[in-house]
Design a protein around this ligand. Structure first.
Ligand code: GAL
Length: 371
């Protein structure tokens, strides 16, 4: 009897405990999340980190108000101590008035992720950058750094990762095979032969000299402090997981491909009980699609695709959202929030936020939205 009472109390305590990280703003009738400035939280495609000061820092795309389309003016920051009420801290990185800058106003800055580097004591931001006037052709990653989590961040540079480098697990024969794949041999995309050529590294080889394409992305710091940049590469067909240098400001040159020709975007990565989980989306632009999930016992792979984590009504479209980050809190190990954006392309600044506390069934992550 005593044991039963004890376990009931433990369960109640656990439930309250997990509710803590599940806290989120109360939406308005039309689903907006208002910050303390009375405006919808204009912070999209980003991430949240909780620092030792007990504050949650939420970084994201600041989309220009009332202007349809994709242009934006910088990266915003909101702060909170309870995940429910948020203070607008303004822009921590502004698009530049200098038309020659890589981040000239009118560029596209997407999916920023900020991480803290224990060794250097700096805050490092990586984001997907598209150069002004070039649509989505540049496919670059950009680096910025700050001494303070509230910024201002200094833009360092933008680039395509890992020029002149083959994946770390490519053997001599793999390199030879990749080099033999020639895009001009295929007049049509998406045929079975073309897919095989992509898997063998046709686009990897195409971009070998200039660096690999880098669009939708996240950053993950492993338990040993090593940081990885995970991004949609090879024309959004294949994910790359690239190791960063100790200061998180460059690449070591070691990288691994995940799901070649699998067409994954919006990568989010986390680790629970020794297993790495990767939840992604398909490639349908701003329109939502069904999430995919992969697991691995080593971050460098092999990664195995497993069942979609979503359950119940809305599961086929990830409840209208597309993942951006899996938030963990150092104070609450084992608890995770899947953060997603419900994009409203006619006015991206009003894209809604969707946070789903991750449940685990037989050890596997499950996403379910409570009605
Ligand atoms: C989505 C991507 C977004 C944005 C959009 C542009 O697939 O996840 O971050 O790039 O395409 O159409």
């Amino acid at each position: 009897m005593k044991t039963k009472l004890f376990s009931t109390l433990v369960c109640v305590a656990c439930a309250l405990f997990s509710l803590q990280l599940a806290a989120q703003p109360t939406p308005t009738a039309d689903g907006l999340w208002l910050a303390d400035d009375g405006e919808h939280i204009n912070c999209h495609g980003g991430n949240i980190i909780r620092l030792s000061d007990g504050v949650y820092y939420w970084y994201g795309e600041h989309r220009v108000q009332n202007i349809p389309g994709t242009t934006e003016d910088g990266i915003s920051l909101y702060t909170s101590t309870d995940l429910k009420t948020w203070h607008n801290e303004g822009l921590v990185l502004k698009a530049s008035a200098d038309t020659l800058s890589d981040i000239a106003l009118g560029c596209i800055m997407e999916r920023p992720k900020v991480v803290y580097n224990e060794k250097t004591g700096k805050y490092v931001m990586l984001f997907h950058l598209e150069l002004k006037g070039k649509g989505y052709a540049a496919a670059r990653v950009a680096f910025a750094v700050a001494d303070n989590p509230k910024g201002p961040f200094t833009f360092l540079r933008s680039l395509r990762p890992n020029p002149g480098k083959w994946p770390a697990d490519f053997k001599k024969a793999d390199k030879k095979t990749a080099k033999a794949q020639n895009p001009s041999d295929y007049s049509k995309w998406w045929t079975p032969e073309w897919r095989v050529a992509i898997e063998k590294g046709m686009f990897l080889n195409r971009d070998f000299e200039g660096g690999q394409m880098s669009r939708d992305m996240t950053v993950y710091i492993d338990d040993d402090g090593t940081a990885y940049h995970i991004f949609s590469s090879e024309d959004n067909l294949t994910l790359h997981l690239a190791e960063l240098t100790d200061d998180y400001l460059d690449y070591t040159g070691r990288y691994w491909r995940i799901a070649p020709c699998g067409q994954n975007e919006a990568p989010t990565l986390f680790k629970k009980d020794g297993t790495y989980w990767l939840i992604t989306s398909g490639c349908t632009g701003w329109a939502p699609n069904e999430a995919r999930m992969f697991k691995a016992s080593k971050i460098t792979g092999p990664w195995e695709q497993v069942a979609c984590p979503s359950r119940g009504e809305g599961a086929k479209t990830t409840f209208g959202g597309q993942g951006t980050y899996v938030m963990s809190d150092p104070a609450r190990p084992g608890e995770f929030i899947f953060m997603a954006d419900i994009w409203t392309p006619k006015q991206l600044s009003h894209s809604r936020h969707l946070w789903i506390p991750i449940k685990f069934e037989n050890g596997a992550p499950v996403l379910e939205v409570q009605k």
